[in-house]
Design a protein around this ligand. Structure first.
Ligand SMILES: Cc1cc2nc3c(=O)[nH]c(=O)nc-3n(C[C@H](O)[C@H](O)[C@H](O)COP(=O)(O)OP(=O)(O)OC[C@H]3O[C@@H](n4cnc5c(N)ncnc54)[C@H](O)[C@@H]3O)c2cc1C
Length: 461
């Protein structure tokens, strides 16, 4: 969405003088780094990047964007696949300097500013033997992953990240800072738990921490056959809730963490975390190890934060499609193995996460993330280097995803979505969720100031 040219007037020096944090304009050093996000292919040139230092700064930037009519891009960790954390000609509100963290080990809670990254947060809380479940990547921003839902290594034990969200401080479109919790602005609290940045800018979260230090986890790389793929998912479903798994089926790239003998072959790269008694781990992992002779078995006792120590990709672009389903049929596993090698994307994978456990114990309508009763999440994704190839790779992931969908498959998780049409977005908010969100969008952001996101249009007046 864009504004008419006459509204695009922002006195940068005024804004600079009002903020405690920096305002980086095209002539300033660091602009090139500041305008980029995780997916480096987004070559956008904002009018300025405001790197807020406080909630007060956030309020001033929101007000400046509203008064000037500029597009406002809000960014915590910058991992949006749609590149929503940067914009052409508009104003970027960058929260990455806001990382303060107060841990209350007695009450097992933490107040944290939203610019911190998942890995930084986990390493800091992990020092106290306490953690909150986030995703599989340490560099993801806690702001974006929490507002999307947060599906990670503790999903079956403790649910989503939002299930540990006790309160959030949010700057709404009118520039005011409000606290959202079960007892304060409960509708807003419901909406931000899955409705992403549509309702305001979250500046701080209060998160519940869980006592978890020694775990057994890491990576198990198996040769991928149809039997291994379906067997892995069956074993994950039958495992105790203390085990959460992420199964990535891919053509093994020549990466150091993957043994040379597996390079170029179809592999199942399982990322696993077992947070139950360490002495029971061998029994828990036995069904997975029995599926095939592993190419690599790096599953070992470790401290929970070590899960975030692996290498991170440095991608240009990614495309993907995701959905929830009941199970993966053997024909689906065969389709993966047949189709994956046909794509010439440098990295392509089918990622499957067996859900259930604590996630499913909360009713679907308790939060804006409303897929809690679905047992399996599948994300088909490809990373590529050249924007011109978008159509080719999207056609590939959509085609492969279609061949995996069985009766009842549907919906989607906004956290993994790119720029989507309204129908796809509605699928992320099933039942009455979409309409309730639209009503709340009208209440909290009637002019759709926060529109560079998976946008929920305000309900009609
Ligand atoms: C490599 C990789 C691994 C991932 N793994 C997982 C995973 O295991 N589990 C999972 O659930 N997700 C995962 N994701 C998805 C990820 O959670 C989402 O992309 C998330 O939105 C990224 O948050 P961010 O703050 O880094 O991104 P950003 O690009 O900064 O933000 C993403 C969206 O949220 C909005 N936003 C961000 N912060 C705020 C804020 N403080 N207030 C208001 N709006 C805000 C932005 O405007 C944007 O629309 C992964 C993504 C990547 C790229």
């Amino acid at each position: 969405m864009s504004q008419s040219p006459e509204t695009k007037d922002l006195p940068i020096d005024d804004l600079r003088s009002q903020l405690e944090g920096e305002v980086i304009a095209p002539d300033d050093g660091g602009y090139d780094e500041a305008r980029h996000v995780f997916f480096k292919g987004f070559d956008r040139t904002p009018l300025a990047v405001a790197r807020a230092a406080s909630a007060d700064d956030v309020s001033k930037v929101v007000t400046a964007a509203r008064d000037s009519g500029l597009d406002l891009a809000v960014r915590s960790g910058g991992h949006s696949r749609a590149g929503y954390g940067t914009t052409d000609g508009g104003l970027v509100l960058d929260l990455s300097a806001m990382k303060s963290l107060e841990i209350d080990a007695d009450s097992k809670t933490a107040w944290v500013e939203t610019g911190i990254r998942a890995g930084e947060f986990t390493i800091a809380t992990g020092e106290h033997g306490l953690v909150t479940g986030l995703g599989d990547s340490g560099s993801v921003g806690i702001g974006g992953i929490t507002l999307a839902g947060g599906v990670g290594f503790l999903v079956r034990k403790n649910g989503l990240t939002i299930d540990d969200l006790l309160a959030a401080e949010v700057v709404t479109a009118d520039g005011n800072l409000v606290t959202a919790s079960e007892s304060s602005e409960p509708d807003l609290f419901w909406a931000i738990r899955g409705g992403e940045g549509n309702f305001g800018v979250a500046t701080r979260f209060q998160l519940r921490l869980h006592e978890i230090s020694e775990i057994v986890g890491g990576m198990l790389i198996l040769p991928a056959t149809p039997e291994v793929i379906t067997g892995f998912l069956e074993a994950a479903k039958a495992a105790p809730e203390e085990l959460s798994t992420i199964a990535n089926v891919m053509v093994a790239p020549p990466m150091p963490m993957i043994p040379e003998e597996a390079h170029g072959k179809p592999v199942l790269m399982g990322l696993v975390a077992y947070v139950g008694p360490v002495d029971q781990a061998d029994e828990v992992f036995a069904p997975f190890r029995a599926l095939a002779d592993p190419y690599a078995d790096m599953v070992r006792p470790m401290r929970y934060p070590e899960l975030y120590e692996g290498p991170e990709p440095e991608p240009q672009f990614a495309t993907g499609t995701n959905f929830f389903t009941e199970s993966l049929e053997p024909a689906g596993a065969e389709a993966i193995l047949e189709q994956l090698p046909k794509s010439d994307a440098p990295m392509k994978a089918v990622q499957m996460r067996v859900l259930g456990g604590a996630l499913a114990k909360t009713p679907n309508d308790a939060t804006a993330f409303a897929h809690r009763d679905r047992p399996l999440f599948i994300n088909v994704a490809a990373m590529y280097l050249d924007a011109a190839e978008e159509e080719t790779h999207s056609a590939f992931v959509n085609g492969l995803a279609d061949s995996l969908r069985t009766d009842g498959a549907g919906g989607g998780y906004v956290g993994f979505m790119g720029e989507e049409d309204e129908e796809t977005l509605r699928g992320a908010y099933p039942g009455g969720t979409w309409e309730r969100l639209r009503g709340l969008k009208r209440r909290y952001d009637p002019d759709n100031l926060f529109h560079l996101n998976h946008n929920i249009p305000p309900a009609d007046g």
